[in-house]
Design a protein around this ligand. Sequence first.
Ligand SMILES: [Zn+2]
Length: 229
Amino acid sequence: MFHWRGEILPGVSAAFTDSSAGNLALHVGDDPDDVLRRRERLEAMMGIEPQGLRFMNQVHGTTVAVMGRESGTPDADAMVSQALPLAVMVADCIPVLLAGKSTGGPVLAAVHAGRPGVAGGVIPLAVDRMRSLGASGIKAWLGPSICGSCYEVPAPLRDEVAAGVPAAWSTTSWGTPALDLPAGARRQLEDAGVDVEYSGPCTLETESLYSYRRDRATGRFAGMVWRND
Ligand SMILES: [Zn+2]
């Protein structure tokens, strides 16, 4: 069920599912009832109420949604909340989970960072929003994603992304232009003064994780961050 699970801060759990949790996305042609059943099974394993986990309609943008109890499903690629369990779905993009302390309790964030998100700075934007809510001592977990030795892109695209995020410049293991999104994300977090405490393996090279580059007709696994107190 879980590829990795632990405490990102005292009282705040974080985890990434593996493919044994099944596809958790509604937008990839799977039966919606099956997806909702899998989400409820996941919520039970996390110890949270059914349908308590908040998902977003991920659009490869840089919108950060601040989530409250009345919030619906936002069109966004980052969510920030002081109370609600948050989820991000991926299959090669980076699921970034964040948590910081504030006087009002922990501030949580879940970010979907693919190529456009890393290039557009959605991760630092989410960190800024967390700090605007009073968060300090922010910790980050970078979940499994396609690595810089596997993520082949055309040379002009590598140049375009690396112009803004030099750490993302990479070469595949077979010698062609590539992007190292986890390296780019790590540098953005370090530049923002955020400690990266976990970094997951390559999705394309890990059979127990979904990878869009390995299998176009694939499901999505999830990263979740939630209060356990
Ligand atoms: Zn790889």
